[in-house]
Design a protein around this ligand. Sequence first.
Ligand code: ATP
Ligand code: MG
Length: 571
Amino acid sequence: MTQHMNQPPIETKEKKESLNFIEQIIEEDIRNDKNGGKVLTRFPPEPNGYLHIGHAKSICLNFGLGINYNGSTNLRFDDTNPAKEDIEYVDSIQEDVKWLGFKWNNEPLYASDYFDKLYDLAVELIKKGKAYICEQSPEEMAAYKGTPTQPGKPSPWRDRPVEESLDLFARMKNGEFEEGTKMLRAKIDLASPNMHMRDPIMYRIKKADHHRTGKKWCIYPMYDYAHGQSDYFEGITHSICTLEFEVHRPLYDWFLDQMVEPGGYRPRQIEFARLNLSYTIMSKRKLLRLVQEKHVSGWDDPRMPTISGYRRRGYTPESIRNFAERIGVAKRDNLIDVSLLEFSVREDLNKKALRVMGVLNPLKVVITNYPEGKSEQLDAINNPEDQSMGTRKVSFAREIFIEKDDFLEEAPKNFFRLSPGNEVRLRYAYFIKCTDVVKDANGQITELHCTYDPATKGGNAPDGRKVKGTIHWVDASNHVNAEVRLYDRLFNVEEPDEAEEGKDFLSHINPDSLKVIRAFVEKAVETGKPGDKYQFERMGYFCIDKDAAPNNVVFNRTVTLKDTWAKIANK
Ligand code: ATP
Ligand code: MG
């Protein structure tokens, strides 16, 4: 087992005041010297899709426990269902876990590594009379299973001779039978109130190529059997999963009972509430539909709740880890407000993002008393939160662009931006005053004429005169004309999974979740690379997209500066 030294340091916000229930269990196990006081967790993704923010929660939890308790974490692909699995997913999952900042033990592991062992163990169970080959159809099996209040009826194959089951199981493995005609079932308790204990299926026939074992197998173990045994083979101490597996726990334990020495090493399953986020879909099946039906551009579309989508959108690993830490670990299902995730990314980018000025909706301003042909390089601060990020030069000239919204011809009293006669500060430049509003034949404003006060260079008046507003701007002839993709939430209702009769989650897609515009951004971004993050002052956080080309800078809006949805809700 690799030691925690290999793990990256994780910044947790503040020292925890209280332990969550999983930490309490682990600390008690350590105190009791259970499993020699060791902690080994695992993250067990099924390689049938890209990881999403819910998985990120599980990753932070499992790897976090490994780090905090001097232990470590295995990455184990739960690849027991060859039909839906793909190597593309195996690769993306590893990339995403690494990007989040975690390191697993040694090489990634695969449940398929244990197919031989699992098979041998199943043979042992048959020999002990604890498993049998059943030939019921799915319908018959369902009819025999009973209900939670009514015991099941035994399958006619339940008491077949051990020799017969052994022979049939070997022949199933050799591919002699068709899919669905035979299965291996554990012989447990048909009267159990827990339906999972009523002779659950251990193996079924699947004639599909597996991405790792190829054509070697045509029988595949079921999750309940494979998962707990894989935990056992690996020496996992705490097997953390989501709440829907609580009812599977007796079965997890039954399988272990069949091989664990009493008092010896034994993994323990602990359940926590899965992460549900408002305005967000997390089912992999539905995410796959969004991709396949082209509602989004791919798994890493910046509107997707996938880790690769958030990465492309400009989220940082720290912002996601802080979010996971902040929401904690719950025992009961709940819905987390997506604005908490947005808060976490703002908080982190505020510390890290370079400030630049970018005008998304331009209005030309001519500074009539500024010499024609002149331009200057003014000093601007890269990040007021972090002086070590230094300063840069911004080009200023007679013609500039400001944001259309920063001018109002008929301004109310509390409008402190530009209006006729009202003086404002151009960030890092000068005070200006609007003298003329130029309009076209339709009465639309085409440009503003302003005068500037040369004495206010840098944005302060030597006579101590104050202005109430500061606005951003860019040099009209010296800037980058960039493509900007303005993203909004992909769904326009809090719980997109809940759809009216006859409709599905797609009916809740927000038609305005992507708007593409051209914007004028100061020159500093010209040297940016995909993934570089900026704050466009007053406008939000933006990052350069992988689609950027040498003569076309492309930005994704990561998040607005404020929670605009909250404002709408409070109106
Ligand atoms: P599937 O329906 O394909 O099984 P899944 O969401 O369970 O989907 P897995 O790849 O099996 O996906 O999940 C890997 C791990 O991530 C599991 O331990 C699972 O419990 C955990 N996980 C999945 N979704 C969430 C979620 N929303 N919140 C917390 N943990 C999650
Ligand atoms: Mg699963």
